[in-house]
Design a binder for this molecule. Structure first.
Ligand code: HSE
Length: 420
């Protein structure tokens, strides 16, 4: 009965007629598990529905479906395994749980003829999982890019549009309730990585583990970086990037410069969006609220509708398809990107030639170059945007730049993505 749970109760009550029309029977809330029975609730519910004993739900033979919106991993997993073993279908909004233990939970569900649906675990109110699994079932997806964390999108939007510092924008996000009091998982990219694990597993039909996702967050992004991006026609976003080339895939989360005409560049504030490229359909994009009580509850209750429709057809536990492909990850030589680099160098003759020589040696050419003097310490700032480079060559270039005596620091480095 927290933020999402209250939304679920509200939607079930408010939309009872529509639900009844779709599934042909009423949806009845039998019990609601809470930690503290005496706590004030965001909405009114009959006191007799509340219990602080999970077993009253898990072992109640009348209950067909358990909705989990309590968060947490280990205890929650144990509850859900018990529920599935008791033959109860499960809806969960828990991305941490699904990213870490989704495969195991789905196996238990299918062994017991149960559905386990988790639409709300990625991008709250956007029906993206169903779109990947059903809507694009006929296509081969080669790329997914997601703005799947509202907190960081809000912070980057404020930094870009209103010139706020990272710290100011984060504080504002916390005051408005977007960011958690401990925002580490959001700002360091872990929350987005968990969601990308789920998206990549479904979109590529290949089991991707959280450890397979290379993760960088936004806490080091500066106003200077964002302003250079503006001069170059780029917008900074925290992008979850999943790409398939042949049989091999890569998944990462990192602050990324998008060309301003990329569809994801205009996704503002706390909104989420997932851009999906399929070989036949081409570009698609799904946009909407990534969190919040009623948006997230919409996805949860839609999963519930799916389960009840399956119940009436007698086909529960048959819709989860196990991955078609064994895991096959790209090596660094197969991961290609353009890069933005901001480098501080000693302002002296020949430095520029030395730097460009390193890029030429690794066959990486430039798309854009800016050089600006910095007043103090005879330092120059060089901003480079490269053409496509493999990650192997990029790593070698960074290493060799640091070997040059005139290079003081690579201040920042970001992936650059243009509209395809
Ligand atoms: N902390 C998440 C976000 C909430 O900021 O998007 C939704 O998972």
């Amino acid at each position: 009965m927290g933020t999402v749970g209250s939304g679920v109760v509200q939607i079930i009550k408010k939309n009872q007629d529509k639900l009844m029309h779709q599934i042909g029977c009423p949806v009845v809330i039998k019990k609601i598990l809470v930690r503290d029975l005496s706590k004030q609730r965001p909405i009114e519910v009959e006191a007799e529905l509340l219990t602080d004993q999970a077993d009253e739900i898990l072992f109640d033979q009348e209950i067909d479906v358990v909705i989990e919106v309590m968060g947490g991993v280990q205890d929650t997993k144990d509850y859900l395994i018990t529920a599935l073993r008791q033959g109860k279908h499960v809806v969960t909004a828990n991305k941490d749980l699904m990213a870490l233990h989704g495969s195991e939970l789905l196996t238990v569900a299918s062994e017991h003829g149960c559905d386990l649906f988790y639409e709300a675990s990625v991008a709250g109110g956007i029906p993206i999982l169903r779109s990947l699994v059903d809507g694009l079932a006929s296509d081969r997806i080669t790329q997914m890019m997601g703005i799947v964390n509202g907190t960081t999108n809000y912070i980057l939007t404020k930094m870009t549009n209103e010139g706020r510092s990272y710290e100011e924008a984060l504080k504002e996000a916390q005051e408005l309730g977007f960011a958690e009091s401990d925002p580490t998982a959001d700002v360091e990219g872990l929350d987005a990585a968990r969601k990308m694990t789920i998206l990549a597993t479904l979109g590529f039909s290949m089991h991707i583990d959280l450890e397979d996702v290379a993760v960088a967050g936004i806490s080091h992004v500066t106003e200077e970086d964002i302003n250079y991006g503006k001069q170059l026609g780029y917008t900074m976003k925290l992008i979850g990037y999943a790409h398939r080339n042949g049989d091999n895939v890569e998944v990462s989360v990192a602050p990324t410069f998008l060309s301003n005409n990329h569809p994801l560049a205009s996704v503002q504030n706390e909104y989420n969006a997932v851009y999906v490229y399929g070989e036949s359909v081409g570009e698609t994009m799904f946009y909407g609220p990534g969190a919040g009580s009623l948006p997230t509850a919409t996805s949860v209750v839609s999963d519930l509708v799916g389960i009840i429709k399956n119940l009436r057809l007698g086909v529960n536990g048959k819709s989860a398809v196990s991955p078609q492909y064994p895991k096959s990850l790209k090596n660094d030589g197969e991961k290609y990107s353009k890069y933005f680099l901001r480098i501080h160098v000693q302002d002296e003759i020949g430095v520029f030639a030395d730097i460009t020589g390193i890029f030429a040696k690794h066959q990486v050419s430039f798309e854009k170059i800016l050089q600006l003097p910095i007043k103090k310490n005879e330092t120059s700032e060089i901003v480079l945007v490269t053409h496509q480079a493999s990650l192997t060559n990029y790593d070698r270039i960074i290493q060799e730049l640091y070997d040059l005596q005139a290079v003081k620091e690579v201040k920042s480095a970001y992936r650059v993505v243009r509209k395809s």
